[in-house]
Design a protein around this ligand. Sequence first.
Ligand code: SF4
Ligand code: SF4
Length: 252
Amino acid sequence: MVTYKSSSGLSSIKETILSTIYSRFAKWATSEQFCCKAGCFTCCSTNVTITALEGLQILKYCEHENLTQWLGEQLVKCSLRSAPEQTTNEFVATVLNKQTAPSPYKHVEGRCFFLQDEMCLIYPVRPFSCRCFASTTPCSTCDTATVPDTYLYGSTAAMQIIEHLGQFNSWGFMCDILVEQAHLNNYSKIIKATQPSEQIISAKSRLRAAQPIAGFIFPENENNSISALLQSVFSAKIDSRTVEQILNGEKA
Ligand code: SF4
Ligand code: SF4
């Protein structure tokens, strides 16, 4: 386990909750059989969305691995054009309010620059969107991922909790979050590389604010399985409080 200096703007308790969600979700999902394996990377595109907290963890890891200069060079080349229309929690709120969800953001073509020699350069701190992306059939052969319904509902619920944890900070495409967080947390080599003001202005313009959970969406027949996941995450103890108590703002 790599240790880093503690975050300036985002508290270390949030980092502990984030890693708890990652590990509880991974444990919950062990019953699923996926064909994902090292060296399989069709899914590694620039479409990955993350929270500011996840972005900050990636930046800290890159600093620890002496990768910030390289990361700055990659970010300056990253030319996203479209932005997500809704965060996961905004999408779920729209569905719960029986409104029509906006059409999904335009698919951005391009390989994730963290993919090097067919491996993820930031594997220990890859964001949840990468952790939960999986398929029961090889994506390379059928052009798309195949995911069991239960897994899809469970990963959406976990994503919602991670976004809830990230409230009051940004949510968006990984490139944009990394540019924003590097500037906010004084990563000088990245700031230098992405200095042209248009780049930071353009990255910020595509970001959204992470939203609280308005509810969960899963059919009744998935209740047992998804409730087991939620219970496992919310009941996890961090110091003297459960994750649920911390997320609800209850004092120790
Ligand atoms: S989701 Fe698809 S491309 Fe990604 S590792 Fe699994 S099978 Fe491979
Ligand atoms: S961060 Fe890693 S796992 Fe995620 S898309 Fe990039 S290379 Fe793939």
